[in-house]
Structure formats: C-alpha cells, structure tokens
Design a protein around this ligand. Structure first.
Ligand code: G3P
Length: 217
C-alpha cells in the first residue's frame, strides 16, 4: 500500500520523505488555506520534492472551467494529479483530463456507485473519505471494501486512494482490505511507529545499559 501525505506543509513532507514514507501528496483547498501559501507556488515546490503524484484540486464547479483549471495545474509539473470533485461536472472534467493523458484524482467520494462512475470516467485515483463517513455514524471501511470488490470484479485500474484517514486503525484496515493508497495527515503517520510496549521495553533497556557503565561510541 502506498502512503500519500495529506498536507501542503513543506517541512512535514520533507521529514516524512527522508524516511521513504511519501509515495505521493494530496492537497485540497482547506489544506492550502491552512498552509497560508499560494497554491501554484507551494504545489510547484512539493512536486519538485517528491517523484510520486501530487494532487492539486480545481475550485470551479462547471466542467469547462474545471478542465481549464486542471490543465493549468497539470502544467506545474509532470507528477500532478488533477483533483476534481465527484459531481456530474467533475466526472465530465475527469473524462476529458484523463483523455488528455493527465492523472486525475476524483475526490469527495461517499458511495460505491460514485466510485463506479469515476472508474468509468477514467479516474487514476478515487478518493473515498473514510473519516467523514464515520462522523455520520456510517463505517468508512465498508465503503473501501465495497469499492475494492467492485473494482476487482471488473478489473478497473483506478486506484483506491483512501482519504480522510484519521486514526492508525484506519490505516491498518485499509491495508487489510487492500486499498492501493492511503493518504493521512503527518500526525497520523507519525503515530504508526508508536507502541507502549516499545516505549516500556526501550526504557528498561536504557536503565540496564546505564548500569553496565559501558559505551559503544
Ligand atoms: O484527503 C482528504 C482529507 O484532507 C479530508 O480529511 O479529516 O478533513 O475529513 P478530513
């Protein structure tokens, strides 16, 4: 399973990339706002930092305007994935932009039928939002599993990019179900390394090591 960093914070991306943990990056208008950066400028910087796909989202609601914005965003670098919303117009834009040869990430997916439409419109990635389904008392993981089954049934090549992942359990479940990609905030990715038994065990080793009076360096 590939890991994408769900952020437009350059420092976070750089730190995770050093560990080989960034196979791609996803951004959206809210993350651009949070970064306080100009969308074109920060997206260009991110594209230069990593080899994998960098999702940059269009902000128009009409297909023709989405297509124009998508072409402008795709012009930033070869590793841009144009992100379009899962609306009728977004699907039209997906069809045209994927036909142009650009990677397209169809976002704000909340149902298996929406995912089916995105695959038929040529999406490179479909982004089902796990956490936001959990927020309304549904199970985001059921959606990931349903899309996995449907895409496998018909050998769709669209990759399942599980988004709105907010917990380490979301990430485990995505890997068990077979999501192609999970995108998560850097704070959640850092938590993947944590375990209380690791911390306790290390603490005990350090105390015993101090008692030996030895040094390695
Ligand atoms: O990748 C989509 C993500 O940024 C949305 O996450 O936590 O706002 O639902 P969240």
């Amino acid at each position: 399973m590939k890991f994408f960093a769900d952020t437009a914070e350059i420092a976070d991306i750089a730190e995770l990339a050093e560990l080989g943990l960034v196979d791609g990056v996803t951004t959206n208008p809210s993350l651009i706002l949070k970064s306080g950066r100009d969308i074109l400028e920060v997206t260009r910087e991110i594209c230069a930092m990593i080899d994998g796909p960098v999702s940059a989202e269009v902000v128009s609601l009409k297909a023709d305007e989405m297509i124009a914005e998508g072409r402008k965003l795709a012009d930033i670098a070869a590793n841009i994935a144009v992100k379009v919303p899962l609306t009728w117009d977004g699907l039209k834009a997906c069809k045209v932009l994927s036909g142009d040869g650009f990677m397209v990430n169809v976002t704000l997916c909340f149902s298996a039928n929406q995912a089916l439409l995105a695959a038929k419109a040529g999406a490179t990635f479909i982004s089902p939002f796990i956490g936001r389904l959990d927020d309304i008392n549904l199970d985001g993981m059921d959606l990931i599993a349903d899309i996995r089954t449907i895409y496998d049934n018909y050998s769709f090549e669209t990759q399942i990019l599980a988004a709105s992942a907010r917990t380490v359990n979301h990430i485990t479940q995505c890997a068990l179900i077979g999501a192609d990609v999970v995108t998560a905030p850097p704070s959640v990715m850092r938590k993947l390394a944590d375990h209380p038994l690791t911390a306790n065990g290390l603490d005990a080793f350090m105390k015993d090591w101090a008692k030996t009076g030895q040094k390695i360096l």
